[in-house]
Design a protein around this ligand. Sequence first.
Ligand code: LLP
Length: 412
Amino acid sequence: MHHFEYRDGVLFAEEVSVTELAEQYGTPLYLYSAATFRRHFHAFDSAFDELDHLTCFSVKANSNLSVLKLLAAEGAGMDIVSGGELYRALQAGVDPSRIVYSGVGKRDSEIREALEARILMFNVESLAELERINQVAGEMGTKARVSFRINPDVDPQTHPYISTGMQKNKFGLDIELSMKAYKMAAEMDNIEPVGMDCHIGSQLTSIEPFLEALDKLLNFYEKLKTFGIEIKFLDLGGGLGIPYNEEEPPHPTEFGKALSEKLKSLPLKVILEPGRVIAGNSGVLITKVVYTKSNPSKNFLIVDGAMNDLVRPSLYGSYHRIEEVEPHFRDPKEYDVVGPICESGDFLARDRELPEIHQGERLVLYSAGAYGFTMSSNYNSRPRACELLVDGDKVIVARKRETYEDLIANEL
Ligand code: LLP
């Protein structure tokens, strides 16, 4: 069952015509399907039913308050990486005891906010951070629950910008140094080491790197026990990939089964931090062709969405499937789909074969629900797009389109 599908030649988001939404709310427009969010969350979460577990949605993938509320209502915890994300999660009504906090550069103020909120735990990424958390917790007269994020030095075979578990990456603690970290933590007055964490990268399309990392962590877990350090939580991060084009990532069920196999006999609560696999294919970006133009080597579709709205193609060379919102079934032609921004790096697709498209027609870019709006900016003083959450025949304006006034609201 797909929640973005054509009915009588028109694209629908659940029960609502995308053409009508685009006419009413304008473009560029992010559209999310509530049913798809729910389905993806439960497909992932139930894949771990054999284990005592908690699925924490990775807020960075899609931080819209309406989306967070929807997921929290389904039972999701949250994985955050900043004070801003903590604020959003709390505003969305997420139970703080279901929030985990990762990130290499947590500031004192952010540590304090997370302690005040009584989150489940910090995923600590350096000894310096451990010292800071101990200090801040001490000042507040409280104790901080921590996990160490272990860098297992495993190659996740994904884009270099989103590989995080190799020694050359800034993330986590080297596995050899981690023992020292646990011993230090165990002796600190205001720290309670409760878990172990790892996140090796994003958009992984095979299970092997996850299993390789897990084996290293479980080895380390056994070693920890011999030192008398007992932990309760094992956080395996996020990273499961999705099909954008022809990728064939494992289904969450297969992923859950493979991990559960190795974990079910252990007395650990397993935490997962999926982002993309829940949000990616729950959202699309609608854009309209402003002009077409051709030269001897290229045909351009100049659309009203741009790299400030969806930066993934420019930043990672990533692929988003494109179709017409109202298909015309014309003969195919090769296009560069580009935005109005003054950079040649501003494109949404290059050398893409599409049916011939005319000025004024609308396109849908799929798989834009994760790292789409959250990575958007105001570059070229473009107000950020509107976000709509469609739930059956209900349309929620999850975020109003920004105005020119919004652009300068904080400026002198
Ligand atoms: N946990 C941690 C600690 C993370 O750093 C991330 C993503 C996740 C969980 C969620 O990973 P996911 O399940 O979504 O793969 N902007 C890039 C992706 C950056 C991912 C950063 N960390 C993109 O558009 O492809």
